[in-house]
Design a protein around this ligand. Sequence first.
Ligand SMILES: [Fe+2]
Length: 203
Amino acid sequence: MAFSITPLPYDDTALAPAVSAQTLSFHHGKHHQAYIDKTNAAIEGTDLADKSMEEVIAAARGSNQGLFNNSAQSWNHGFYWHSMAADGGSASDELAAMIDQAFGSADELVKQLQDRGAGHFASGWVWLAEKDGKLSIEETHDGDTLADSDFNPLLTIDVWEHAYYLDHQNARPAYLKAVTEGKLNWAFASENLARGTTWAYPA
Ligand SMILES: [Fe+2]
């Protein structure tokens, strides 16, 4: 069965001015859609056609770079849309305690997400992730993903230029500041932590 693009879980103006409706129209409607379309085209008629997105990613990793890139990017973008919200809310007590333990404070976590995102060379993703009961910030390059890793990803931020160029031009730190200070979906992060297993791309 072919994969569908995950609908935006909010109105297209909900994230402005951090991420505008114009950016979402291209990023969701063009970029993410293209990754989905290319994934579907690559698996059609193969034994991967009835697998989950996570199974497709794992099967393609190291053996089919084109399919890996498109399926991993399909997953990453679906996860990214849910990683943001109009009102980011607050972390569960469990997540808040783990943030304090790992980073000292929520403000320090936000600062480190901004610094890691700004320092990430070229295209990629910055993640808040959990493994063995500990939180860490992880980075993946280009289309790489934590979807098939030992980490349980809690949140991600897209640091490809297409995520911010229309709104912030080359000022990636301004985009990171705008997203991390009010638009990160802490309820989603808390749900991912409480579930204890990696978010599944909708079948
Ligand atoms: Fe993107």
